[in-house]
Design a binder for this molecule. Structure first.
Ligand SMILES: C=C(O[C@@H]1C=C(C(=O)O)C=C[C@H]1O)C(=O)O
Length: 255
């Protein structure tokens, strides 16, 4: 684990996040899928929305196949996750064990459904709820993996500057920790790159003419996901939440 490999991981995750958003944006809002009352109205005694039920049950299946044996993956419903049926695999454990399970999945969940989704999906209801929430799950898992990877970022930064971090952790100085782990230049690169990825991955591809680059002067260029929304997602939520994970991890790094 080094700062370079950590940055490579985050860069590759950007692709997964952007492709996930493109797929979700294919479907309209489909609000009944998020309404707990919609299922209850069916009289089956459910108190969760289709979206929640889909995530919970998918996580249960994936848990059985060993998804959460990798520390890179953290479920949204940890108490509903059954034991794995997969034989143990010797995953490398780069994380400090007392801090390894730090995560902000609850914050990711509410950010995704309450803030991002209304900006991402067009109004409308086409009844394809299962396909829709299945693409929500992909987005949630990608965002969770990316944001909770802040644990690995923090570990690398801690190892690289143990003396300074140790003092700040002992003093529980979260503001100073936040400042020490922040690289504004790097954050700027990340935000501009994801915006560009949204342009490149989300363009309409036709056989006539050159590949659209998105920065041509044709105002007709339209993207499957608004590149400025992807910038905003990283600026307002993904990077701040990643840094929150980093700070929380560090606060447990000497436990
Ligand atoms: C990931 C890093 O650490 C911090 C978090 C970042 C992020 O969430 O993208 C970017 C820069 C840093 O503020 C890094 O330095 O590469």
């Amino acid at each position: 684990l080094s700062l370079d490999t950590v940055r490579e991981f985050l860069t590759r995750e950007e692709d997964t996040v952007v492709f996930g958003l493109i797929e979700r944006a294919k479907h309209p809002r489909n609000t009944p899928a998020y309404d707990p009352g919609y299922l209850a109205g069916g009289g089956h005694g459910h108190d969760a929305s289709f979206a929640e039920m889909f995530v919970r049950e998918s996580e249960a299946v994936q848990a059985k196949e060993g998804r959460y044996q990798s520390l890179q993956e953290i479920p949204f419903f940890p108490f509903r996750v059954p034991f794995t049926l997969a034989p143990p695999y010797n995953f490398t454990t780069e994380l400090y064990s007392a801090a390894a399970l730090v995560n902000v999945n609850d914050a990711i969940w509410s950010m995704y459904f309450n803030e991002l989704l209304p900006l991402l999906a067009k109004n409308g209801d086409d009844g394809n709820y299962a396909a829709t929430v299945s693409s929500d799950l992909v987005c949630l898992q990608a965002l969770s993996r990316r944001i909770n990877y802040g644990r690995y970022v923090a570990e690398v930064k801690f190892i690289g500057d143990q003396q300074n971090y140790t003092t700040l952790i002992r003093n529980k100085d979260t503001d100073a920790l936040m400042k020490l782990l922040t690289s504004e230049a790097q954050e700027d690169v990340v935000k501009r790159r994801v915006q560009k990825k949204a342009m490149v991955f989300g363009q309409n591809v036709t056989l006539d003419g050159p590949v659209e680059t998105g920065n041509s002067n044709s105002s007709q260029t339209s993207f499957k996901v608004d590149p400025s929304l992807v910038y905003k997602l990283y600026d307002k939520w993904v990077i701040p939440l990643t840094k929150q994970v980093e700070v929380e991890y560090l606060l447990h790094r000497l436990d």
